[in-house]
Design a protein around this ligand. Structure first.
Ligand SMILES: *[C@@H]1O[C@H](CO)[C@@H](O)[C@H](O)[C@H]1NC(C)=O
Ligand SMILES: *[C@@H]1O[C@H](CO)[C@@H](O)[C@H](O)[C@H]1NC(C)=O
Length: 527
């Protein structure tokens, strides 16, 4: 009885009310995710318990302080439909809110503006009014709650129950109980996308998100397990009319990586592809086993996809990204074809500043545990790999150091506008010498990345994954080996970004003494 609540509210009215007149918009579509998306996500600071007030407060600050640096999405992470009752946690059973069609409904205690069947419409509008784009996290498949209630399936196009072969179809007809979400087994399970009713169910979800005005869909992940993250961004008529700029982002979780569900991704992608007036950026989150080969099956259907499990503020989590980022770059996946535009391997949120823990119901209460050097290493790798940058810390308590890191102009320039981004294998230093292209996944030793800038500059980053200060160097004559077609010759002039030190003219090599878990980032101008 208490275990779930059906929203008896009329979804239809909200669906219809928020259709956007599409007149001039259709031909105005821009390339989706032309640059790696940037924004703020509620997970690292709130886990799942964020409220409407906290979210809007945060959005305001993002608009004022981070939007000028390109952070344009604000994303509500998972479980916005879960009641925050005593003992509730991330794999709770029986306390989620669904409507009569088995679709998730925001918890009205936490999201008061959703009352009356409005979903996130009001919030999306407020977010758009301050110049940002709105995103939500959604899970794959269907909720256990809907399956237990055996709800009817909504036919979005007809506006009533889905009918086929002379009968109405229900949740239990489409749910695949043997395929629960690996990291939230009591919450969600896969849907049979071979059935018309399964496809109709997914359409009813994602069309609704678009109608809410969501711009970004996030499938959040759980501790140590992989999840698929689906991010959809409706880049509505760009900047036309503010109040009508409904952008949608959907982050679709538990659909990629270990939970790869090509059938579901294809159906959802098709829905977004059809959103002529509302470009949608679609993001997927894979698990620990995400590989370039896996990504190549779906990159054309999505705009970003997670390539690792959840990244928290521990050094092993940061270090684990080096090899996987290298492999995706080497497979030419950086900025490869995506849904109506480009796609980006996503190294996950930046858990910097003021945070909470996974599976916590405490809200933000503690500082990031990474050292300053480790934090610089993280954002430098993310930028050199052109990862989407999603800040995870509590923006209401954003300290100057963290703010400086995430708004560093050189890093942001590299993240959006550099080319030829890849691991640079020809370096020296540290125990065991250079890491060659065949270096394994062991997160130690030294690493380096290279990229080129818009004005012909070379970006060269050295990373020290060892537990001791290490001197790292590269011969200038070797730089061209990594970037065919660029005849890079000494001497080079250069500056190291984090120290601000001008290295003057470097005749033969570039070298730096790099702190434990730290990095050096050179901007070089060579002959
Ligand atoms: C990546 O692109 C480069 C340059 O176009 C090409 O030489 C290389 O073979 C590609 N690598 C893969 C794995 O496709
Ligand atoms: C989350 O915390 C609850 C207790 O609050 C616990 O029962 C549950 O197993 C935890 N789940 C995970 C995945 O850590």
């Amino acid at each position: 009885m208490k275990f779930f609540a059906l929203s008896i509210l009329c979804f239809f009215s909200s669906l219809l009310l928020h259709r956007i007149p599409s007149a001039n918009a259709a031909d105005k579509e821009t390339e989706h995710a032309a640059l790696p998306p940037r924004g703020w996500n509620s997970y690292d600071a709130f886990c799942w318990i964020i409220s409407e007030q906290e979210f809007l407060e945060s959005a305001d600050i993002v608009a004022k302080r981070l939007l000028p640096h390109g952070y344009e999405y604000v994303v509500v992470d998972y479980l916005w439909y879960r009641k925050k009752v005593k003992g509730a946690h991330i794999d709770s059973e029986g306390i989620d809110l669904i409507d009569e069609w088995g679709r998730m409904v925001p918890d009205p205690e936490r999201w008061p503006s959703s009352k009356g069947g409005k979903g996130f419409t009001e919030i999306a509008k407020k977010v758009h009014d301050i110049g940002l784009k709105f995103g939500i996290h959604v899970m794959k498949g269907i909720s256990t709650q809907a399956v237990n209630a055996n709800t009817l399936i909504y036919d979005y196009d007809k506006g009533g129950p889905y009918m086929e072969a002379g009968r109405q179809w229900r949740a239990q007809d489409i749910a695949i109980k043997e395929k629960p979400c690996a990291w939230m087994p009591h919450g969600f399970m896969a849907v049979n996308t071979k059935l018309g009713a399964g496809k109709a169910f997914l359409r009813s979800l994602h069309k609704q998100y678009a109608d809410w005005g969501v711009d970004f869909g996030t499938f959040e992940q759980f501790p140590s397990i992989f999840i698929a993250m689906l991010l959809i961004v409706l880049n509505l008529f760009s900047r036309l009319i503010n109040s009508f700029t409904f952008c949608l982002a959907v982050k679709h979780d538990c659909a990629f990586g270990d939970d790869l569900d090509e059938g579901e991704i294809a159906v959802v992608s098709e829905v977004f592809k059809g959103q002529q007036n509302r470009p949608i950026i679609y993001s997927l989150s894979p698990g620990t086993s995400a590989t370039p080969a896996m990504a190549q099956k779906i990159n054309g259907l999505a705009n970003m996809y997670r390539v690792t499990g959840d990244d928290w503020d521990s050094w092993p989590d940061v270090a684990a990204h080096f090899s996987v980022a290298r492999d995706f770059a080497a497979a030419n996946m950086t900025g490869a074809l995506g849904l109506k535009g480009k796609s980006w391997p996503d190294l996950d949120m930046l858990p910097l500043g003021w945070l909470t823990d996974a599976n916590s119901t405490q809200g933000p209460y503690r500082a990031c545990k990474l050292t300053q050097d480790e934090q610089k290493t993280q954002i430098t790798l993310w930028a050199m790999a052109k990862s989407p940058l999603m800040f995870g810390g509590d923006v209401r308590k954003l300290d100057d150091t963290t703010y400086g890191l995430i708004t560093n102009p050189t890093l942001l320039e590299i993240d959006h506008h550099s080319s030829n981004n890849k691991e640079f294998p020809y370096i020296n230093g540290g125990k065991g010498g250079a890491t060659g292209p065949s270096a394994g996944a062991i997160a130690s030793g030294v690493r380096s990345w290279i990229a080129t800038g818009r004005k012909g500059e070379i970006y060269l980053a050295f990373f020290n994954l060892n537990n001791a200060k290490t001197t790292i160097w590269a011969e200038i004559a070797d730089l061209s080996k990594a970037i065919p077609g660029w005849k890079i010759k000494p001497p080079c002039k250069g500056t190291e970004i984090w120290s601000g030190k001008d290295f003057g003219v470097m005749k033969k090599s570039v070298w730096a003494e790099v702190e434990t878990h730290g990095c050096a980032l050179f901007v070089l101008n060579c002959n």
